[in-house]
Ligand binder design. Structure first.
Ligand code: CS2
Length: 487
């Protein structure tokens, strides 16, 4: 089967939605994973189409693995998004990516692209761990070897290093202001990114540091955003299905749920695409949107992933199909998460929770519990411990959020080291005891400072809840189910 590209697509009688030779590279995107292709690239294509504005072609940069850059290169940057589930549209070829670079192999080129005058925006989907920060202090982890090597002056390989060096290039060449837009599931993701880039600048030699910091203050902004679309890892079966639909082979195809959402703080240092024409919402209340999404959707997602993994459920749809798990999740959202956040005015909280559960139940998506359960050390604090804390602060017991945390602890303790997909696997293993029972694992992981803060680590009621739930999960899904249903 022929490979998708500008010419083969034209030969099928279809063509790219955008006039490709007229596209200018206005955006550099760091982190070209499936999410970016199914979300940011789609919103940007739609915005360019709606406004007839060709200046927002995307230069995509892969981070650690070069796979997507290799897949997209022979395809002229084209790839398909295939929606799965109720209301799914036919597969669509997205044409907003104009260049795909392997950041690992061509770090100088990344700095050059961020430094180019045509570039007005850097967007990021690098996942939580890509920020290399200390979650307690929300500052750059200067002990991280990759970061310190970037600071040492090598062509940068970390996202923060790439941005800082790119901005430094702009400062020196007069390339003009730029907006850095984080699209990861982190509260205050814009402010955080700005802080980390400034931390990097501060750690440079004095002359360089002052120049860059002063330039950033005048020329760069870091708006926060909330992004939402469930995008599982593409499987061979997905690629085969897209091939049947397109009549062309697309190695970079992605599948996604039909739903997508993007809420953006309107704080741009230079021009931007009219993403609002593509359905994005510009809001002054992104923080509220982000905490609703993290503490309701993402928290429940993690909860279902770990409960599902304990019960041998391969997908989120299977996990939410277990009545007791759905109940626990729903009650965590309604009784604990909702009361501890302030919702954006536009959002009906209870309805949102119902919608989230409905989206999880999408049987066609194949979103695996293993994928959602990955990188738990980076997610648990933001998604669940924040609710645990908020619920205690309100004088109530965070029973359901504690169940989710216990399920994560048990997952960490019972998954073989080689299978635990987490950037802190080694550190977690180092604190875990040889004999792993509730009584040994719970205290060990409560003392794991990169995830649990000293207040919660020393909270006796929390510890007892965790011990209780850990043992209940040990007793098997049936007995756990009974316990949940009687809770
Ligand atoms: C998921 C998210 O993998 C995960 O941790 O919770 O990727 C989730 O699918 C997205 O945030 C949905 O917008």
């Amino acid at each position: 089967m022929e490979r998708l590209s500008n010419s083969t697509l034209a030969a099928t009688g279809h063509k790219a939605a955008l006039q490709r030779d007229g596209l200018q590279p206005g955006i550099v995107h760091l982190g070209l994973g499936a999410f970016a292709r199914a979300h940011t690239a789609v919103f940007t294509e739609d915005a360019m189409l709606a406004a007839g504005d060709p200046q927002w072609g995307i230069v995509g940069v892969t981070q650690r693995s070069d796979a997507v850059a290799r897949q997209l290169a022979p395809q002229d940057g084209l790839f398909a998004v295939a929606e799965r589930g109720e209301g799914a549209a036919p597969a669509r070829v997205v044409s907003s990516i104009v260049e795909a670079i392997s950041g690992r192999d061509k770090p100088e080129l990344v700095v050059e692209r961020i430094g180019a005058a045509a570039t007005k925006i850097v967007t990021l989907t690098i996942t939580e761990k890509g920020y290399r920060f200390n979650p307690q202090t929300r500052t750059l982890d200067l002990d991280d070897t990759e970061t310190s090597e970037d600071l040492g002056g090598r062509p940068p390989r970390t996202a923060v290093g790439q941005i800082a060096r790119g901005l430094q290039r702009r400062a020196r060449t007069g390339a003009g202001p730029i907006t850095v837009v984080s699209c990861d599931n982190l509260p205050g993701n814009g402010e955080l990114t700005g802080t980390l880039v400034r931390n990097f600048a501060v750690a440079l030699p004095t002359g360089e540091s002052d120049e860059l910091l002063a330039w950033i203050d005048r020329n760069a902004t870091f708006p926060s955003t909330m992004v939402d679309r469930m995008v599982p890892a593409t499987t061979d079966a997905d690629l085969a299905a897209v091939e049947r639909e397109l009549g062309l082979r697309d190695e970079a195809a992605v599948v996604a749920e039909p739903f997508k959402q993007w809420v953006i703080e309107d704080n741009f240092a230079a021009a931007r695409p009219r993403w609002e024409d593509a359905g994005a919402l510009f809001s002054t209340d992104v923080a509220a949107w982000e905490s609703a999404k993290l503490r309701l959707l993402n928290a429940s997602h993690s909860m279902l992933a770990y409960l599902g993994l304990a019960a041998g459920k391969a997908t989120i749809a299977d996990a939410v199909g277990v009545d007791a798990f759905r109940t626990a999740c729903h009650r965590m959202m309604l009784e604990e998460a909702l009361p501890s956040i302030t919702l954006p005015v536009e959002l009906d909280g209870e309805r949102y929770c119902g919608e989230v559960l409905r989206r999880f139940a999408n049987p066609a998506l194949g979103h695996t519990t293993a994928k959602v359960g990955s990188d738990g050390s980076q997610k648990i604090g933001l998604r669940l411990l924040a609710t645990v804390r908020g619920t205690f602060d309100a004088g109530r017991e965070p029973k359901w959020a504690a169940l989710a945390v216990a399920a994560w602890m048990r997952h960490v303790a019972t998954t073989p080291e080689t299978d635990l997909n987490d950037p802190l696997t080694k550190e977690l293993e180092a604190v875990l005891p040889e004999r792993r029972t509730a009584d040994t694992v719970v205290p060990a992981l409560l003392g794991f400072r990169p995830v649990v803060d000293p207040y919660l680590a020393g909270h006796e009621e929390f510890r007892n809840l965790l011990l209780h739930w850990y043992r209940s999960i040990d007793n098997g899904p049936l007995s756990l189910g009974n316990e949940i249903n009687h809770g």
